[in-house]
Ligand binder design. Structure first.
Ligand code: GTR
Length: 389
């Protein structure tokens, strides 16, 4: 730490973080070998990956990063309000679903907005957004329209589109995050160093919406694409890694502890994310503040947990905070696991240029011109990507 930083800490009482945005200053690093078990065995086929290494990697992420993912509950109920099919000038049917999950006498409710193409003759694939922004972005009345969840565009493309809001599971606030699913259903998690926190709770919610999809005859539950932006994109990766029922994952500008490699220490770092958002990841993750190289995982291994399912990752050119290059490199470093399934990622050797999407591939990737956001441009590419599967 330099003397000015030390002086500022003493003066303000706050730690001062500096970010590196200079490629030349990225430290030399070695990624943990995704194909090598902790006992030193090298994994050479998909069967061994699934039996030996995959469970191990999943547990490493639970224990050191996102916290445990409880899967038990006593019962689940769905309360459905379906309209008369007059939405979007007759193009869509709106369903609003209240999902109530019970455990040990307590419950939480997740509210889902779902539009289904009215013309669909058979169950349709669906994009499920984990909404970390304002609820107005997923307005069921369509008075407000937003590029963050362009329901009309998705419906016109023949897909269903759904969303739930993260606050139904855990408020995105360091003082109140525990008042949702954590205190109500899984209070034991709050006592553990590897206990689930907000991002785990949001991912848990995505799986409960998946439970609902499996009961909805209008939805093809084998084709659910989980989508998230930024903190939501960290969550969509964790949800797809945990829950193999998700057919594909879209992680938009997810950056640190999302799709970008931690060891590059480019843009946002672990120490910074843990300081600003102490309620997102497990307590154990704080041990890796300024110690990226001590982590037994890096984010390429999170992508590898989604294999053999397709993943689409994005960045924005002005969003260096989320490390576009580090995101591309994480995808590349996950390739060996997809190759065990005889799947080539289809990515080029080097990151494509700005606004040069790679879509006709098993890993989608683009770096959109502009700011940290999720826009029509991004969604247009997700749709083109999803059409292939
Ligand atoms: C930032 C945070 C990022 C990302 C972003 C967002 O403040 O540092 O990791 O999650 O918020 O969610 O928009």
């Amino acid at each position: 730490m330099n003397r000015i930083a030390l002086f500022l800490i003493l003066l303000t009482g706050y730690p001062v973080f500096s970010q590196n945005y200079d490629e030349a200053k990225v430290p030399h690093y070695t990624l943990p070998d995704v194909l090598k078990t902790t006992s030193g065995k090298i994994i050479r086929n998909d069967e061994k990956w699934e039996k030996l290494r995959r469970p191990e990697v999943l547990k490493l992420f639970e224990d050191h990063v996102y916290g445990q993912m409880p899967t038990d509950y006593d019962s689940i109920r769905y309360a459905l309000t379906e309209d008369d099919g007059a939405d979007m000038a007759g193009k869509a049917i709106l369903k609003q679903v209240g999902i109530t999950v019970f455990r040990k006498g307590n419950s939480v409710q997740i509210n889902v907005v779902l539009f289904i193409p009215a013309q669909a003759k058979k169950p349709v694939p669906v994009f499920l957004l984990i909404n970390n922004r304002g609820k107005e972005n997923t307005d069921p009345t369509r008075t407000k329209k937003s590029e963050f969840w362009p329901a009309e565009m998705v419906i016109d493309s023949g897909f269903a589109i759904a969303a739930f809001h993260v606050s139904d599971l855990a408020p995105d606030n360091k003082d109140t995050y525990m008042t949702g699913v954590l205190q109500k259903l899984y209070s034991e998690q709050l006592k553990k160093e590897n206990g689930m926190k907000a991002i785990g709770a949001w991912a848990w919610g995505a799986s409960r919406v998946m439970d609902y999809f499996e009961t909805d005859k209008d939805i093809d539950a084998k084709k659910v694409i989980v989508v998230g932006h930024s903190r939501g994109g960290k969550t969509s990766l964790w949800a797809a890694a945990q829950d193999r029922r998700f057919a594909a994952c879209v992680t938009n500008c997810s950056g640190n502890t999302g799709a970008a490699l931690a060891r590059r220490q480019f843009g946002e770092r672990i120490s910074r994310i843990n300081a600003t958002f102490p309620h997102w990841f497990s307590n154990n993750y704080k041990k890796y503040n300024d110690k990226e190289n001590a982590l037994p995982v890096d984010q390429h291994m999170l992508i590898a947990l989604i294999a053999p399912r397709p993943v689409y990752a994005t960045n924005a050119s002005k969003d260096l905070w989320a490390d576009p290059r580090g995101t591309f490199l994480a995808l590349k470093a996950a390739e060996p696991v997809y190759e065990l399934y005889k799947i080539q990622s289809g990515l080029p050797k080097d990151p494509p240029g700005i606004d040069k999407p790679v879509i006709d591939s098993h890993f989608g990737y683009h770096n959109r011109e502009g700011e940290h956001n999720m826009t029509d441009y991004d969604w247009g590419n997700f749709i083109r990507f999803a059409r292939k599967f």
